[in-house]
Design a protein around this ligand. Structure first.
Ligand code: BEZ
Length: 396
């Protein structure tokens, strides 16, 4: 009887402690349960740029995981939209995240045309936007804004670097080929500017609509023109097909093919022998032997059982930029001016090498000359050190 009494008493005490503890917990939610930070990921998950969107998402989430899975102690809720790399759908897609889901931060996207629409909406709604790829020059030019940041590049940068390298190699004539939209136009524009400044001549500018991949007639034209070099901008699934078609036409034996590094980044498994020896320019290379890149590559490969590429790096750095801002305001996103200041002055320890931002919020980074060797874009030289955006009318 006495034993039963003791057990009952213990149960009552435990229950009382439980109730008290519950009371205690419910008395601190103002500190412990701050609302989650809402992050909107607007990226392509279908179409020719699908793999790019996935790599950016993976890189972004890896950086957040390394930060304890939170932002300044606040939990995170993700909202995801597949933008299909379709500029016509961009305003609706961005509004789903801005107006319907009321995200605190918008992260996106890959395609310059879609990013231009996102930038306009982010400016109108004062939504913090971090662009982890799309390089439209205008975004860090006349459209620049205090709430718009880029962790990637601007489109003309890699064309400028390759134009300089090809002129230095004393190539005299070039043909350019690209998808006809901002990214391609600006990439080949950069190439033309630097190549002709170095004494070369672009004898023909070829293009086809995005995301078409009917390359055969264009390859026939290139064969007839016989330039010293061909410079292209293609990425994702289109880059895979172009490199294979170029080799299948036998052109890789007679006319050197070069490009912005997207031509061979994240694509080498699918391109196989057709990509061997290709020269490209980019702000990243798989084999960059610096501690941050080595650690990043090991962590990414462990987390996702696949190798990272430049898109994964840019996603990772978009999160690093956000973490710098959110930490500075201890998670209080209403302190926008302080948050922006911290992002603007952040020194990002990137797998590409450390970088800071220009006044217009674009990375200043080295651009590497890379050569495909096996499954690697091997860095063989620095094409341009600390490349910054040319001034393009950003007023900040
Ligand atoms: C762009 O549209 O800006 C872009 C897309 C893929 C790779 C690089 C740039």
């Amino acid at each position: 009887m006495r034993a039963i009494h003791c057990v009952l008493r213990a149960v009552v005490v435990a229950a009382a402690i439980g109730i008290a503890a519950a009371g205690l917990v419910s008395s601190v939610p103002a500190i412990a349960q701050q609302p989650k930070v809402k992050i909107g990921l607007m990226l392509p998950y279908t179409g020719t740029y699908a793999a790019l969107g996935t790599a950016i998402t993976n890189g972004f989430k890896l950086s957040i995981a390394e930060n304890g899975g939170k932002l300044a102690g606040r939990e995170i809720e993700y909202f995801t939209v597949d933008d299909e790399s379709d500029p016509a759908k961009a305003p609706d897609n961005a509004n789903k995240l801005i107006k319907r889901d009321q995200v605190d931060v918008l992260v996106g996207t890959v395609h310059s045309g879609v990013a231009l629409a996102m930038t306009k909406l982010a400016r109108d709604n004062n939504t913090l936007l971090i662009i982890p790829n799309a390089g439209a020059d205008e975004i860090t030019g006349p459209l620049c804004a205090t709430n718009v940041f880029r962790s990637s590049f601007s489109n003309s940068q890699f064309g400028i670097a390759m134009g300089k390298v090809m002129a230095e190699q004393t190539k005299k004539t070039a043909v350019t080929l690209t998808w006809k939209y901002a990214a391609g136009d600006e990439s080949v524009g950069g190439f033309k500017e630097a190549f002709e400044a170095g004494g070369g001549k672009v004898i023909k500018e070829l293009s086809l609509p995005f995301p078409q991949v009917e390359f055969q007639p264009l390859l026939t034209e290139i064969a007839a023109l016989k330039p010293d070099v061909v410079y292209v901008f293609f990425a994702g699934g289109g880059a895979v097909k172009f490199v294979k078609d170029y080799a299948a036409a036998g052109l890789n034996k007679t006319i050197p093919l070069v490009g912005a590094g997207f031509l061979t980044d994240g694509t080498l498994d699918a391109q196989g022998d057709a990509a061997q020896g290709l020269l490209t320019t980019l702000h990243y290379g798989d084999g960059l032997n610096i501690p941050k890149n080595n650690a990043f590559r090991a962590a990414y490969t462990k987390a996702y059982s696949t190798s990272p590429d430049v898109y994964a790096v840019q996603g990772y750095d978009a999160a690093q930029l956000l973490i710098a801002g959110v930490n500075a305001v201890k998670g209080d996103l209403s302190k926008r001016a302080e948050l922006v200041k911290a992002m603007e002055t952040a020194k990002i320890e990137s797998p590409r090498g450390p970088f800071a931002l220009t006044k217009s919020h674009n990375p200043i980074h080295d651009v590497y000359l890379r050569k495909v060797e096996g499954k690697e874009n091997k860095v063989i030289a620095v094409a341009i050190k600390n490349l910054t955006d040319p001034p393009r009318g950003c007023k900040l």
